[in-house]
Design a protein around this ligand. Sequence first.
Ligand code: THU
Length: 136
Amino acid sequence: MNDLDALFAAARAVRARAYAPYSRFAVGAALIDENGVLYAGCNVENAAYPVGTCAEAGAIAAMIAGGGRRIVALAVAGQGLVTPCGACRQRIREFGSDETRVHCIDEHAVIKIYALKQLLPDSFGPDNLAKEHLAR
Ligand code: THU
């Protein structure tokens, strides 16, 4: 199995663990970090709706907790085309780059592959703040 196949398998597998009793919309996300380590997360909803978290946020939290710092590739598994929400695009931006590939997949197929810059053009990121800090 190559890296991308493993990435897709992990996103699909973790999707089955989603806790989504309110939306009934299960999502799985998986990413590969700069060390080639795979991390996964699913959406975790809450009776207090806004407290729920997205699959991407879970995968990123797992990466950070595991010692990874960069997202090399990411997959989102849902039903049909599921792209990351606006907030998650910014979360991915923090640890990715303009070229980071976001693979949107379902149970059967790869539906669409984006570069992060297509999902979040002209983004604000850590570099913007770093310049400010250097100037002071
Ligand atoms: N959701 C994700 O986990 N990731 C996405 O990319 C899109 C949406 C979740 C949030 C919520 O639990 C459910 O899907 C419906 O919006």
